[in-house]
Design a binder for this molecule. Structure first.
Ligand SMILES: Cc1ncc(COP(=O)(O)O)c(C=O)c1O
Length: 373
């Protein structure tokens, strides 16, 4: 089987982790945490980095900085991971959804203005599968309506919007370092910000809101969202290699596109003129004329040794939110279609050219066979 993803762990990761083990700095204190935070923030052009235990709690902590009042709203794409929406509901707010752009699969920024109300507090753009969101219109709306931007750059390490790195485009910018991400720490996440007060709050939330002045005395409730020095050690080693990793992803993207460009009924990822796509995952959307949906396509590819993953199912189609009375009767046709017709192909850090060849042969075979029936 060709796996959908495999992390690449090098000798440097092992060396740094060994240093933690030998020196005993295995919890959330230690030099690698600080260095990882500082270097990642600098890489993205931001002042402060606060490392946390995963991308989901990075989003939850970022939203917590806004002190939402019950019913306050955050506008986000329906086509994303549930972490985005639950970051808002856990903080007492209401996620407000827009549909996906049919080319980039990121949020359709043209739909945002119509969804702004007096309760809107923030916009949460999510860079989908490595392609940046068109930020300019969002910056303009945020300025005009005094809204925060919480960027979810979990899937877009090193991607660029008009020459600026993703993760440096909002007020509170969130990352995941899960094993399938371009930089991984196994499990892990980070929030970047330029505001010192946000950075202080994030540090406090991740560490049970302990007070500096008086230990075990609390005026607020926090969490244990700490990242370990061991994890940061892996992250730092990964960060030292990021340019190679991005090069690999972009090579992979170009290799797939070259081989699949002329396959009828297959929509491939784009790179808008203002974007640097890092092809975190190489997604494809099947035209209905192929006679296949993504689930059946995935099953047939698996029979040929190719692992895939389905696209997100929109937030407005999630039973858990319907039960909460959210998004009732909402329709987002683009997200609904790509959820059914989209999947991503093997896209890992260890993927070889011969594996890409094999995947593309399998894709062509499955589609040819479907056409015959
Ligand atoms: C866009 C996006 N945001 C947030 C997350 C959540 O990150 P984590 O799995 O580290 O909690 C993910 C997935 O991993 C993601 O793809």
């Amino acid at each position: 089987m060709i796996p959908v993803n495999e992390p690449l762990i090098g000798a440097r990761e092992a060396e740094y982790v060994m240093e933690c083990l030998k020196t005993g700095w295995i919890s959330s204190e230690g030099k690698f945490i600080k260095e990882f935070e500082e270097r990642w923030a600098a890489y993205c052009g931001m002042k402060y980095g606060v490392a946390v235990s995963n991308g989901t709690v990075a989003l939850q902590s970022a939203v917590a900085c806004l002190d939402l009042k019950p019913g306050d709203e955050v506008i986000m794409p329906t086509f994303t991971i549930i972490s985005c929406a639950q970051a808002v509901t856990y903080n007492g707010g209401v996620p407000v959804l827009v549909d996906a752009d049919p080319r980039t699969w990121c949020m359709d920024v043209n739909q945002v203005a119509a969804r702004i109300t007096p309760r809107t507090r923030a916009i949460m753009p999510v860079h989908i599968y490595g392609h940046p969101v068109d930020m300019e219109p969002l910056w303009e709306l945020a300025r005009r309506h005094n809204l925060a931007i919480i960027e979810d750059a979990a899937e877009a390490h090193g991607a660029e919007y008009k020459g600026h790195r993703c993760g440096g485009l909002g007020d509170l910018n969130c990352f995941s370092f899960y094993a399938n991400k371009i930089i991984t720490t196994g499990e892990g996440g980070m929030v970047l910000t330029n505001r010192e007060d946000y950075a202080e709050r994030l540090r406090s939330f991740r560490n049970l809101c302990f007070k500096k002045e008086r230990r075990f005395y609390h005026t607020e409730l926090g969490n244990n969202f700490r990242l370990t020095n061991l994890q940061a050690a892996i992250g730092l080693a990964q960060l030292e290699r990021i340019e190679e990793s991005i090069k690999h992803k972009r090579w992979m993207g170009a290799a797939y596109t070259e081989r699949l460009r002329d396959v009828p009924g297959l929509q491939l990822p784009v790179e808008e003129p203002w974007a640097k796509n890092v092809y975190w995952m190489y997604g494809v959307v099947l035209d209905e004329s192929t006679g296949l949906d993504a689930a059946e396509f995935a099953r047939r590819l698996a029979e040929r040794g190719v692992m895939t993953r389905p696209f997100f199912l929109g937030m407005h189609e999630q039973p858990v939110f319907k039960q909460m009375g959210l998004f009732l009767n909402e329709r987002h046709p683009v997200a609904e279609r790509i959820a059914r017709q989209g999947l991503y192909l093997p896209s890992g850090m260890t993927l070889t050219e011969s594996q890409i060849d094999a995947v593309c042969v399998a894709v062509r075979d499955v589609l040819k066979e479907a056409k015959r029936h």
